[in-house]
Design a protein around this ligand. Structure first.
Ligand SMILES: *[C@@H]1O[C@H](CO)[C@@H](O)[C@H](O)[C@H]1NC(C)=O
Ligand SMILES: *[C@@H]1O[C@H](CO)[C@@H](O)[C@H](O)[C@H]1NC(C)=O
Ligand SMILES: *[C@@H]1O[C@H](CO)[C@@H](O)[C@H](O)[C@H]1NC(C)=O
Ligand SMILES: *[C@@H]1O[C@H](CO)[C@@H](O)[C@H](O)[C@H]1NC(C)=O
Length: 365
């Protein structure tokens, strides 16, 4: 009896403090955990009577208390079951919200407080999401991003290679993303001179129509993204274009266009640019509204003479060019000086092939 008392006494005190009135329901008891003076004196008398070996009375109270603990356990179990039901309901609701969102951007405003995605866009550019069909908005986190701008807005801060899917009906592909220039989010469509390697092992840019359509090279160094992909990116959304050129003295210049897009395959990827700013010169002005040409597909306005073949490149040639960024890479040691105009020329700097070039685009819609 002595041992039992030693063990049971503190437990009993605890029980009586927190579950003082056996008649009360478990719910109301929860709100009345602070005991009144009367209760405390009653507890005191219980303990006092135990001291006076009125063990029988205590044991009865103890049994009552244990009975109530059992009831409480049952209540907790019921509560857990309720929580599972609530969770399932919430999941249903969230599924409904998801389906509503998939109906289109217009219904989005109907869903109160659903604009969490937009909160990150403190930048001056958008992700290109506000598109008209055939673009269908997708809200699954697991889907690949449309472009580098969407990746940037989703929190990616490092320039590098990413997978994107500008057209949900087409396969994903890799591209290099510039995440630092002017807030980042730039999808690089052309890049040359990245690695300091000899001309002999450089990516060859004198290529066929098919290759310029599909793209070639390595997104980890020199590449052309591909006319098909550039069209996919720009087909239903106005874009900006930055052209960065770096000379052999390591000085950089740029040309920036407030608007850039190209048309589709059936129109030979015709160029549309507007609103030049920069210090490199407007190297695309003459090429505006021209179709793309390669040595095996002449779409230029140069009569019998094929600009792509003459200047060993592929471009939106007219008769022939103010820029030729897919032209020949300069010989090592020549510091960019070329005997012909077939180099990576830009604007008024003739017979000079730049050391590095980059063309990158970002949606404005
Ligand atoms: C592309 O640019 C041209 C000329 O500015 C414009 O007429 C056309 O609507 C643009 N296309 C898209 C999809 O923005
Ligand atoms: C590319 O051009 C942009 C101008 O829009 C400039 O901010 C950026 O620093 C340039 N990048 C390089 C590598 O010169
Ligand atoms: C240009 O920069 C590279 C490395 O950034 C350096 O190796 C090279 O010597 C520089 N060239 C000139 C002409 O300053
Ligand atoms: C060019 O920029 C001006 C002023 O920023 C603007 O009003 C105009 O609409 C722009 N043009 C195009 C074709 O984007």
């Amino acid at each position: 009896m002595k041992t039992f008392a030693t063990l049971a006494l503190p437990f009993l005190a605890f029980l009586l403090t927190f579950f003082p009135q056996s008649g009360e329901s478990a719910y109301t008891r929860g709100y009345a955990s602070s005991s009144t003076t009367a209760e405390r004196s009653r507890q005191g008398s219980v303990l006092h009577s135990f001291d006076k070996e009125k063990g029988y009375e205590v044991v009865i109270k103890l049994e009552d208390a244990f009975g109530e603990v059992g009831e409480d356990l049952k209540l907790i179990k019921d509560l857990a079951a309720d929580m599972r039901v609530v969770k399932a309901l919430l999941e249903d609701v969230s599924q409904d919200v998801k389906e509503l969102r998939q109906l289109g951007p217009d219904t989005e405003n109907l869903i109160e407080g659903s604009n969490t995605d937009r909160r990150v866009s403190q930048h001056s550019f958008s992700s290109g999401r506000n598109r008209t069909p055939p673009y269908r908005p997708q809200w699954e986190v697991s889907l690949p991003k449309l472009n580098c701008a969407e990746l940037r807005l989703s929190g990616q801060k490092r320039s590098g290679v990413y997978s994107i899917q500008p057209d949900r009906t087409q396969a994903t592909f890799e591209t290099y993303c510039d995440m630092t220039t002017d807030g980042g989010g730039w999808t690089v469509i052309q890049r040359r001179g990245v690695l300091n390697v000899p001309k002999a092992v450089r990516e060859n840019f004198y290529r066929t129509w098919k290759e310029y359509e599909n793209g070639f090279g390595s997104v980890r160094s020199d590449y052309w993204l591909g006319l098909d992909k550039i069209f996919m990116l720009t087909q239903d959304c106005s874009h900006e274009l930055i052209v960065n050129v770096t000379g052999w003295d390591n000085t950089s210049k740029f040309a920036r266009y407030g608007r850039f897009n190209i048309s589709g395959k059936q129109d030979s990827y015709r160029l549309a640019i507007a609103n030049y700013t920069g210090n490199a010169g407007d190297g695309l002005l003459q090429h505006n509204k021209m179709r793309f040409s390669t040595y095996d597909k002449q779409n230029d306005q140069n009569g019998d003479e094929n600009c792509a073949e003459l200047y060993r490149g592929a471009w939106w040639y007219k008769d022939c060019f103010w820029s030729n960024l897919n032209g020949e890479y300069s010989d090592d040691g020549a510091n960019g000086v070329m005997p012909t105009r077939s180099g990576m020329e830009w604007s008024s700097r003739h017979f000079y092939s730049y050391m590095k070039t980059e063309m990158k685009i970002r949606p404005k819609c």
